[in-house]
Design a protein around this ligand. Structure first.
Ligand code: KG4
Ligand code: ZN
Length: 362
């Protein structure tokens, strides 16, 4: 088992990648549907499925291009089977099964969040244990304790919105378009957080010290917008012109919001580091692109004398290289799924449902 094709279609990216020995990405093709969904302010499931169907064959063909033998050079196939949009997952899973059957190679389903955890593998290699993993994306804000390979214990999760969702909703309220993370990040860099003070303290949830919550922040932002009469940008501004046209009031609010999100995330992580004494922290998910969060994680690593691995930006948002890397680790230890594997839209990591566990032969 050396060369694994990864396929990822859980949300609005059609992605395929070829990874060798679990850590060298020969290709990493991502066809984003973002502009299609932008008009609706979020991902429309039916549009996503149809786009995946249109794109999948071409995306996979481009991913295997660097292989001398093309498809024949593949030793295994890994595919996201949950969580995600059921119709979207079905496209990647069906394609992966058909390809594995045709080529006579094993295939394995991968949990999307486990994929995000492997996104630091390309630059840093294998993990040390025990480890903590902080995954922060549009759909998830989760903290895991990992005592040994594949022993995932979710110790914290968001009680309401995911951090990326908080970015997306705040951006929408300010007329900044979708997705909100990149544009708010850019505006935050040009803003003064102290000029837009929010009535907000990172929550500490009783009996759940590693859980997150962003609803209080959402309320604080709303109140600020109302009290200071911050007007959203008018509709119709081209996405590339937004950051130049945003007034200082929006830049300052972006900076203040970003500081609050980062403090919430880093505060919980710091508590978990103090309690679990991990040898390593890995991070992943679209929000880990955030420049403020990356800086705060570097500061935390320095302060605690611990290694915190942050993936290269091209591996933070959804991609298939991370799925291939996670799939390689599972295939290499003998795990396989059979053809009856179905999409699992609300699959929980560390809690493989009974109907799926029978497929594992390891
Ligand atoms: O991991 P991902 O591509 O998809 C999910 O699995 O959800 O994450 C997408 C999320 C979106 O909410 C987007 O706004 C956010 O990641 N994001 C960011 C940044 N870049 C993307 N959030 C904050 N700062 C960024 N620079
Ligand atoms: Zn993701």
């Amino acid at each position: 088992m050396r060369t694994v094709l990864g396929i990822e279609t859980s949300c609005d990216e059609t992605a395929a990648a070829v990874v060798v020995d679990g850590r060298s990405a020969l290709s990493n093709i991502v066809a984003s549907q973002m502009t299609l969904h932008q008009a609706y302010g979020g991902v429309v499931p039916e549009i996503a499925s149809r786009q995946h169907l249109d794109a999948i064959a071409d995306v996979v063909a481009r991913a295997v291009e660097p292989l001398d033998d093309g498809f024949r050079g593949l030793d295994g196939i890994a595919v996201t089977y949950g969580p995600g949009l059921v119709g979207a997952l079905l496209v990647g899973l069906s394609y992966a099964k058909a390809l594995a059957l045709t080529l006579g190679v094993p295939f394995v389903g991968v949990h999307h969040i486990e994929g995000h955890m492997f996104s630091t593998t390309f630059e840093y290699g294998a993990w040390d244990y025990p480890a903590l993993a902080l995954i922060v994306s549009g759909g998830h804000t989760d903290l895991f304790h990992i005592a040994a390979p594949f022993a995932y214990e979710r110790i914290g999760h968001t009680r309401d919105d995911a951090a990326g969702e908080a970015y997306d909703k705040t951006a929408r309220r300010l007329g900044l378009g979708y997705p909100g993370g990149p544009i708010l990040d850019r505006l935050a860099r040009a803003g003064q957080p102290d000029h837009a003070p929010l009535v907000y303290r990172p929550p500490l949830i009783p009996d759940a010290p590693y859980d997150f919550s962003f609803s209080g922040l959402k309320t604080a932002v709303l109140r600020y917008i109302r009290e200071h009469q911050v007007a959203p940008l008018p509709e119709g501004i081209h996405p590339e012109d937004i950051s130049a046209q945003a007034p200082d009031s929006i830049r300052n609010l972006a900076a203040s919001f970003q500081r609050a999100v980062v403090n919430t995330l880093v505060g919980v992580l710091e508590r978990a580091i103090d309690a679990y004494h991990p040898r390593l922290v890995v991070t992943g998910g679209g929000v880990v692109c955030n420049t403020g969060l990356r800086q705060a994680l570097a500061d935390l690593a320095h302060r605690k004398g611990i290694e915190i691995r942050v993936p290269h930006p091209k591996y933070t948002t959804d991609n298939a290289a991370m799925i291939a890397a996670a799939g390689y680790a599972r295939l290499a230890r003998g795990e396989r799924h059979d053809w009856s594997l179905e999409p699992a839209p609300s699959l929980r990591l560390g809690q493989v449902p009974a109907e799926h566990s029978r497929h594992f032969r390891a």
